[in-house]
Write a protein that binds this ligand. Structure first.
Ligand code: FES
Ligand code: FE2
Length: 340
């Protein structure tokens, strides 16, 4: 078979991804003012009612197709900016001011409403009944830990590329020298990946850069050639839970999830917990993450194709790419990626 005869590679299946929870905003971003966010190629309006309960509707008024996100919240309803129709959190139209009886609403007057829930300081949306539970992160509820949020990091790439970049430790010395990796110790030790349903588990002890003066964010006490223990859980499709340790009591939890905006846009939400340096201002870790994500963005936005090609015949895999190999396999096996 020549290259031109190759069938198109498997790509993320947006229809299947509707039955997964995706982050669309940090909780603190959502106030009484409606905001527009895009998920899996569809525009949504997010808003809170007078009781603070979040709601997510399709951002399209049934009357003339106006964006509801341009309107405002009135009590428990969101009001379209064009003719003032009001919708409840379930998407049903509750008031049409132009009618003699404005509550005499035709049955057809409603918009799609989607399941949403707040957890870990994020608003999650599933456009269909979700298949998987969110990861359990007891550290985030533990008073001995502090939690910092960074991002969201909006990239011109598919969420699958942003997710794989977060799992890829082979690039640390090259893209983040002195911050995450040590260019003098680029070898990736052997490790194994276990797949249980929609979760991949893998652990690695790997060379780390010494804590830098600019960003003293890690707890390694060795000044030269420190090592870092990383225990990963990769929850399909786009969420990672990473626990870091340096052999003592000090620990850090990274929780990363990428919002699949459309085929070539995504946004990464990073929530970090730690049980040391409790008084350090959030801005230190946020500036560190801003630097790391900016270094990654240039590389990942250059990748072609923009979406991870999920068949193993595409691209080239070596042993240390075991995470990507297993991620691509699991996404196909779970029916979340398929040939177009
Ligand atoms: S377009 Fe929304 S009320 Fe008319
Ligand atoms: Fe990176």
């Amino acid at each position: 078979m020549t290259a031109v005869d190759q069938p198109p590679a498997s790509v993320p299946d947006f229809a299947a991804l509707k039955a997964c929870r995706h982050p669309v905003a940090y909780s603190h971003e959502l106030t009484v003012a409606p905001i527009r966010r895009r998920l899996l190629g569809e525009d949504l309006v997010l808003w809170r009612d007078s009781a603070g309960t979040p709601h997510v509707l399709r951002d399209l008024c049934i009357h003339r197709g106006t964006a509801l996100s341009l309107g405002r919240v009135v009590g428990d309803h969101i009001m379209c900016p064009y003719h003032g129709w009001q919708y409840g959190g379930d998407g049903t139209c509750r008031l049409i001011p132009q009618l003699a009886d404005p509550t005499n609403i035709p049955g057809k007057a409603k918009v799609d409403a989607f399941r949403c829930e707040e957890r870990y300081g994020l608003l999650w949306v599933a456009m269909q009944e979700p298949r998987y539970a969110l990861p359990e992160i007891p550290e985030f509820d533990d008073p001995d830990w502090v939690v910092v949020r960074a991002g969201p990091y909006a990239w011109n790439s598919d969420a699958s590329r942003q997710l794989e970049n977060f799992t890829d430790f082979g690039h640390f010395p090259w893209v983040h020298p002195g911050l995450l990796g040590d260019p003098d110790r680029p070898v990736v030790d052997d490790y194994s990946v276990r797949i249980e349903g929609h979760v991949l588990y893998y652990d690695i002890v790997r060379p780390e850069a010494p804590n830098s003066d600019d960003f003293p964010v890690f707890a390694n006490e060795t000044a030269s050639a420190p090592e870092r223990r990383s225990r990963y859980q990769l929850h399909l499709p786009y969420t990672i839970l990473l626990r870091l340790g340096w052999g003592g009591e000090k620990g850090m939890v990274y929780f990363f999830s990428s919002q699949p905006i459309d085929e070539d846009h995504c946004a990464g939400y990073v929530t970090i917990g730690r049980n040391y340096d409790l008084d350090q201002p959030d801005s230190v870790l946020q500036a560190f993450e801003d630097t790391i994500f900016e270094q990654d963005r240039h590389v990942v936005e250059s990748q072609r194709p923009e979406r991870v090609p999920f068949d193993l015949a595409a691209e080239m895999h070596l042993k240390f790419d075991a995470v990507a190999i297993n991620y691509r396999k699991a996404m196909r096996e779970q029916g979340l990626a398929k040939r177009p």
